[in-house]
Each structure stands twice: as structure tokens, then as C-alpha cells.
Design a protein around this ligand. Structure first.
Ligand code: RIB
Ligand code: CA
Length: 316
């Protein structure tokens, strides 16, 4: 099956599947406003071996076989990888039996695939990142010409409020805060879609019924993923309606009017003994620093779930 969008926004998704990353891939692959050109993977929720297989499983289940998937960094720029099996399970997609991917990994490393896709695109490419920013930081650091042709990076990560892996740090920022700092200093347009917004994308019973009612193989596989994801979110955070973080970043690209954002100052803590990875969002401008990022502030939740259901229905 070819991707559905030839005239959509050219997008690369960099991810660490992870349950919510899978729904980000499906929303992108099934949304008419997005032309998914490539997927790259990073060590994050689980080690790279699993995230690279899981990204291909997600696309294979959905019948998408014409989007290259390349593996990127196994771990952060300068820290040891810390993973999140407590939410996503040992293989990163706890719940369903995982089918074999229907296509192999691309032979290129992630940044080479990104460089090639950006070079081949007639328009500037948008990168949607749903894991630690390690691959994007390496692309920006080592391939400045390609980085020049990136329209923007839209990243699920950070938070204007509290964290989810420490009191003040969100997981993707916490795993590789130096990568975030490097992307911020590059001047590339960055939109941060943080926990403050993704915690409104709650997988309620009604949402699960609505998505399961799509009635396709992809929907059935998704329901098994959500069963596991909601269970672990309940166990770990007392959140039985698990927040489906990553597809909100896709929604910000596909339907930007559904994700309100403000231009503000974003910095990341690199050295605090208790606050490493905390995203400092100066919404009131008290630091009088130059604004350097767009930060999501709210989501049209009903519209989000409606678009997710329509996208899944367009897949197999
Ligand atoms: O904090 C939530 C983020 O961390 C999501 O991207 C989830 O998949 C994990 O990577
Ligand atoms: Ca993720």
C-alpha cells in the first residue's frame, strides 16, 4: 500500500516505539495532510534493537510498506541510556503478539536517510520527534546543510508543568537533555508538545470503544496495545486512562489549529542534582531572554480523537 498523501506536508518521524509512538506513526501514515517520507528510530523507551523492530511492526500491521525505516543512535549524546520498560514492557510493545515486520531496516543510518530525504524533497521537510532528540541533534551537528532545509522540528517532550520520570523532568528530555540543548542552540524552529498538553489526550473507555469500532486489523492491534498501556499507566501513575502523548505532536503538524501554541523562551536543565532534563518555559518572560521556541498550550481533544479514528480507518 502506498502512503496516502502525495501532496501533504513532507514529514520524517523520529521515534522510540513505545505504544504511543505507534499511534503517532498511524496518525501520520493515515492523515491526508501528511506525506510520511521516512521513519528513523532512537534508543529511548527500550533499546534501539526493539524500537527499530517496533517501528516496522507498526507500519507492517497498518499495511504501510513503502516508508523506509532506519536505525539511529542507540543512546544519548553523552549519557548512558535509561529506558522505560515499566510503561512499555520488555520489548517496548507489551500486550499483543508482535508479527514479523514485512520489510527490512533501511541499510542507511538514520541521519543518512534523513539527509537523503531532505535533499530529495522539493519543499522543506518537517521532522516530528517522539523520543529523545539524539538523532536530530546529530543531524544538526554533523549535517548543517541538511539542517538548513528543515522546516521545523515538532517534538513530543518536556513540560511547562511537572515531569513524569522525575518530579520536574519529562522522559524524552530527561534521557538526552544535551540533545535538546543542542537543537535549541541551532536556531532551528522547534515546537515543544509537552506533558502539559499530552496529559489531556487521555485514553478513556469511550476513546477505546471509538477506536476499536473502526473494526480493522490495525484497530484491533491498537486495542491490544491500549489495554497494556492503560494498565501500566494505572499501575505506575494511577492513570487508568493513559495519556497518549506522541500522536499529539503529529496533530500539531497535520491540523495546527487544533494545537494552540505560544512563542516563548525554552531552556533545559543540564546539571541540577534533582532537576536534570527539566524544561524551563518562561511563559511570563521574567528572564527577559529572547524567545526561542513554540510551546503547545492546549489541544482540541475531540478533534484529535476524531482525526485519530479517521486515520486508522484509512489504514489496513
Ligand atoms: O514522556 C512521554 C514520552 O516518553 C513519550 O514519547 C513516550 O513514548 C516516551 O518516549
Ligand atoms: Ca516516544
Amino acid at each position: 500500500m502506498t502512503t496516502l498523501r502525495e501532496a501533504g506536508i513532507p514529514v520524517i518521524i523520529d521515534c522510540d516505539p513505545g505504544h504511543d509512538d505507534v499511534f503517532a506513526l498511524w496518525l501520520a501514515a493515515g492523515h491526508p495532510a501528511i506525506d510520511l517520507r521516512a521513519v528513523t528510530t532512537v534508543g529511548g523507551n527500550v533499546p534501539l534493537m526493539h524500537t527499530s523492530r517496533n517501528a516496522r511492526v507498526a507500519l507492517s500491521v497498518a499495511g504501510v510498506a513503502d516508508v523506509p525505516v532506519a536505525a539511529g543512535a542507540a543512546g544519548p549524546l553523552s549519557r548512558a541510556l535509561q529506558t522505560a520498560e515499566w510503561i512499555h514492557g520488555e520489548n517496548g510493545l507489551g500486550g499483543p503478539d508482535l508479527p514479523e515486520p514485512t520489510f527490512p531496516l533501511d541499510s542507511r543510518p538514520a541521519t543518512a536517510l534523513m539527509v537523503d530525504v531532505i535533499a530529495a524533497a522539493a519543499e522543506r521537510v518537517t521532522i516530528i520527534a517522539t523520543g529523545p532528540l539524539t538523532n536530530i541533534a546529530i543531524l544538526v551537528r554533523d549535517h548543517p546543510d541538511a539542517a538548513e532545509r528543515i522546516e521545523e522540528v515538532v517534538w513530543m517532550g518536556g513540560s511547562t508543568e511537572r515531569g513524569n520520570v522525575t518530579p520536574y523532568a519529562e522522559f524524552n528530555a530527561w534521557v538526552d537533555p544535551e540533545a535538546l540543548a543542542l537543537v535549541l542552540s541551532s536556531g532551528i524552529r522547534l515546537t515543544m508538545v509537552g506533558l502539559n498538553v499530552t496529559h489531556t489526550a487521555l485514553v478513556t473507555g469511550a476513546v477505546r470503544k471509538r477506536l476499536a469500532a473502526v473494526g480493522t486489523r490495525t484497530a484491533a492491534f491498537g486495542e491490544e496495545l491500549l489495554e497494556f498501556f492503560c494498565h501500566t499507566n494505572d499501575q505506575v501513575f494511577g492513570l487508568p486512562d493513559g495519556p497518549l502523548h506522541d500522536p499529539v505532536a503529529v496533530m500539531a503538524v497535520a491540523e495546527p489549529e487544533a494545537v494552540r501554541r505560544v512563542h516563548t523562551r525554552l531552556d533545559v536543565e543540564l546539571a541540577g542534582s534533582e532537576t536534570v532534563g527539566a524544561t524551563s518555559v518562561d511563559l511570563d518572560g521574567v528572564l527577559r531572554r529572547q524567545p526561542n521556541a513554540w510551546v503547545a498550550r492546549s489541544l482540541d481533544v475531540d478533534r484529535f480523537w476524531a482525526s485519530m479514528g479517521k486515520a486508522i480507518a484509512r489504514l489496513r
